[in-house]
Write a protein that binds this ligand. Structure first.
Ligand SMILES: C[S@@+](CC[C@H](N)C(=O)[O-])C[C@H]1O[C@@H](n2cnc3c(N)ncnc32)[C@H](O)[C@@H]1O
Length: 265
């Protein structure tokens, strides 16, 4: 009896495999990437206008891994399946970042906070995998600012990046700009991994937001806003829209937003 079931299971498995192998990828089903690109741009702001072939390759791999037989099917699925939509967002957004990237800007922020003599809220939009908001926290502590006088919120659309931010376990290349003394003070080092201390982790809260969603207003207003290396992925019109949204999150209109050098035009 038992053996009979075992054989049946095996046969089903084999049949499934043969079925999958039979699914031939037809080039014509993956020709026109434009509808997916347009959808993605409308949702996230990220534009692939100049990189259609890169997008096409990425999307073909994405579809192949999930046995999605065409870009048309993919588009249908992203409308009906939140999980696939999030996986696509995680796949198509670029999360490159590292500790103390553009340290000059962090130093300027520290000076402003030291001069403000009151408790401040800082927004890091986007935070990606967390190195930027954690860098701000470390730099403030290093400058003698008490941890009770600031709070930092990191937001990003990419869930995978946010999960890495929560874990705060980094590789050597992520900490390459940090001095050995900062590493010793704020990280535990094991097997080429750099684990950020809980003391710093507790100073940053991460939340998933798309900056174009109305729900962003729930976050309230901020004294200082860092928005580095996100607008570079947007076209001119979308950059202006994003800039206006971020400006509306400021408590004080005189406080400039910290953008990256290549973010605006
Ligand atoms: C290159 S990282 C920048 C990280 C960090 N600010 C830095 O400069 O090192 C760009 C991030 O922007 C995020 N992003 C892109 N579009 C977004 C949107 N509409 N809303 C929120 N985050 C977005 C991506 O998920 C990605 O993590």
């Amino acid at each position: 009896m038992f053996n009979f079931f075992k054989k049946t299971e095996k046969r089903v498995e084999t049949e499934k495999r043969v079925e999958t192998e039979k699914k031939v990828i037809r080039e014509e089903d993956f020709k026109d990437v434009t509808p997916v690109a347009t959808y993605f741009k409308n949702e996230t702001g990220v534009s692939f206008d100049a990189q259609t072939s890169i997008l096409r390759n990425k999307l073909m791999t994405f579809c192949r891994q999930r046995e999605i037989e065409s870009f048309t099917k993919l588009l249908q699925l992203i409308h009906s399946d939140k999980k696939i939509k999030q996986e696509l967002t995680d796949e198509l957004t670029t999360n490159e970042t590292f500790f103390y990237r553009e340290f000059k800007q962090i130093e300027n922020l520290v000076k402003l906070i030291k001069a403000s003599h009151s408790s401040v809220r800082i927004l890091c939009a986007p935070s990606a995998t967390g190195e930027e908001p954690y860098s701000i926290a470390i730099a403030l502590l290093e400058a003698g600012v008490n941890s009770s006088s600031f709070s930092i919120v990191g937001i990003d659309i990419n869930l995978d990046a946010l999960s890495k931010a929560h874990k705060a376990v980094y590789k050597e290349r992520n900490v390459r700009n940090l001095s050995q003394s900062i590493i010793m003070k704020y990280f535990t080092q094991t097997d080429n991994k750099y684990i950020l201390n809980n003391k710093i982790k507790a100073l940053v809260s991460f939340k998933q937001f798309n900056i174009f969603d109305d729900s962003l207003r729930q976050l309230g207003k901020f004294d200082f806003i860092f928005s580095r290396n996100m607008l570079i992925y947007f076209d001119k019109e979308t950059k202006l829209k994003a800039k206006a949204i971020l400006e509306n999150l400021r408590k004080n209109d005189n406080h400039e937003i910290f953008f990256g050098h290549a973010d605006l035009f």
